[in-house]
Design a protein around this ligand. Sequence first.
Ligand code: SF4
Length: 368
Amino acid sequence: MERLYIHAPFCLSGKCGYCAFYSIPWEREAELEWIAKIAEDIDRKRQLCGKLRSVYLGGGTPTALSAGCLERLFTHIRKSFNLSSGCEISIECNPETLNAEKAGILANFANRLSLGVQSFEKDVRMTLGRRASDEEIARAFELARGAGFENISCDLINSIPGQSLDGHVADIGKAVRAGAKHISSYSLTIEEGTRLAQTAMTTDEEDELMMWNADDKAMSGHGFSRYEVSNFAKKGFECVHNLEIWFGDRYLGLGPAACSFDGEKRWTEPANFAGWLRGAEPEYDIIPREKRAAEILAFGFRTTMAWTREKFEERSGLDMKGWDDVLSSLAEDGLIAYDGSSASSTPRGLLMWNSLAERIIEGSPRDG
Ligand code: SF4
């Protein structure tokens, strides 16, 4: 495995209304337990990894960790793994948790910072239950730039009830002017078990389509391209870690609720802090290899990168020819471009990725 993901499960307090990620409130004691277990897991599992080509610290809120804990984590990663010279190191950050000391520590280790803004409009953020103030968001961008981050990403959410199209387009401009070179623009989904799911709030498909088209227009006006269903970047600022994982690459995940993939099996660590600390077994997702290969093929089409037969065989162990019928039919419908040896999503394929993925999975050769 050449990619490492670490899940820091802590958030400052409470839960954002739409959040379905595994997270728990930050406490000093729990942070100490987390870092001790992560260090132990790194020592036990590092031999699963070769030279790392990307590291991603996600959460939760990694920047809810104390400065001392972040230092300890980075020192341990550096001494345990062989990091390639161009290794992309991304860290997710909530604006209200960043200060000058942490920005300096992050910049000493990482080369990519992803700021969870969601919207620059305070009322819209309040609908989502986000806590950061306008000043904290502006300061986080300043701190990130001042610490030397050139590769800054900004997470935005669209199709939020009460959010206007103009407001979302203005958000894109504000992110660019604040220094973002990468923007994620997710349509709000109201997931079961979240606080928003207990309200009468709903999302609207027409709004989503309008926002999708507005994203393409506004982002290209700022020199950004959509390179994945919900992700846009200036050339050279695509997130390599996520791009390669969507494209079926293998990765080791550490921390509660973290997923790993070794090319055949996927497994997920317990989404339960006490259970994870005790070393409870991960949950294994073992499926026939044709089905796994179909998933890999489908997820690659979330991106604009092209599948070649060689690449698909390297990532899945199977020949892409097995999906020839379904790929030809997707090409006839304009969802992908396919010439018999390479295939990539069209803009329509990205927009209709869910149905594209379903057709690939249903059209898979049977497990032999
Ligand atoms: S900060 Fe992120 S992980 Fe934490 S509750 Fe909000 S959305 Fe979830």
